[in-house]
Design a protein around this ligand. Sequence first.
Ligand code: PLP
Length: 404
Amino acid sequence: MKFPIYLDYHATTPVDPEVFETMAPYFTQVFGNAASRNHEYGWTAEAAVEKARAQVARLVRASERELIFTSGATESNNLAILGVAEMYREKGNHLITTPIEHKAVLDTCHFLEKKGYEVTYLPVDKHGRVNPEDVRAAIRPSTILVSVMAANNEIGTINPIGEIGKICKEKGVLFHSDAVQAAGKVPLDVEKMGIDLMSLSAHKMYGPKGIGALYVRRKNPRVRLAAQIHGGGHERGMRSGTLNVPSIVGFGKAAEIAERVMGEETARLRRLRDKLWDAIRSELDEVYLNGHPTERLPNNLNVSFAFVEGESLMMGMKELAVSSGSACTSASLEPSYVLKAIGVGEDLAHTSIRFGLGRFTTEEEIDFAIQKVVSTVRKLRDLSPLYEMVKEGIDIKSVQWSAH
Ligand SMILES: *Cc1c(COP(=O)(O)O)cnc(C)c1O
């Protein structure tokens, strides 16, 4: 086993060796500019890009003509939201999203609010799911875009995006979905799900960092976007800039592999993830699952451990590379806004851990993780007077705390 054990696959994934191998020749041998129309170097590069475009498109059941390469999903989310906001300003100034989107969606919406747009942040239930009927109720004549993520990156909850897409179609409102975490783990189909714009990122699915895509529907309806980067007119004029051929080739390969192994891989990860959770909850009491019990990514487990201190928990399990529910923002320890939005209290948010399993996670690693988590939590609770009182049957809410 290699330490620390990597269980943070929602943050990023290693490049699959098969992907890396496919990319290699495109740095030194097939190095042409895909926009060079006058010679063989350009043509070969362009052909490689178009092959990759088809591979990525196939993963979400789109046509390759509807896919635009970007620098990653942060850019894809920006282009989708800003591009629609600018292009459809005449039609309206209202957008709908959720409070648990990735920052690339939320910060873009906040930016638009400063520019005079109005944004509705839909409520989510205690599992982090959007009720499609809430989308319907929030749509106004001035609504130009609905943006709801397919699966959440912290708690793994999967949204009913097919139902939301259907409502958007009925109402004639464009629907964008950030599908970064869902791609390769949940079957996606832009036609069946009524999706008009979809953001993808290669490095969350065993491709390289710094490359992503935006699906942009071409018909029923044809989505128009105001470009956010100008110069050269690449990518149907929506995203100028010389194409990153090696990374695009890698992204294509990663998508092809994802499509091929998805069924088998998700079954294996689900089994390992369930093994981890079953062991944690049978060995420990006062542990709480964050996110939906069934409608969740097969590789995600997010758990709050009561009566331990978040920082000590992380320090106690340094052999595990996991994420905690606290984000260090400007020197203060802020609990995760996603956990806050689903009603997890500050204490439990601070002691939450996100386990993200992936392609290279082994059974042996999960066995080690179980033993590490259980022993660390037990050790910390042994030192906790509060936990001891609870175990003795004292209702801590009724205790009169003295200042001295
Ligand atoms: C990682 C992530 C992003 C950002 O993708 P980048 O390619 O790193 O910019 C956006 N949305 C979600 C849900 C993510 O998990």
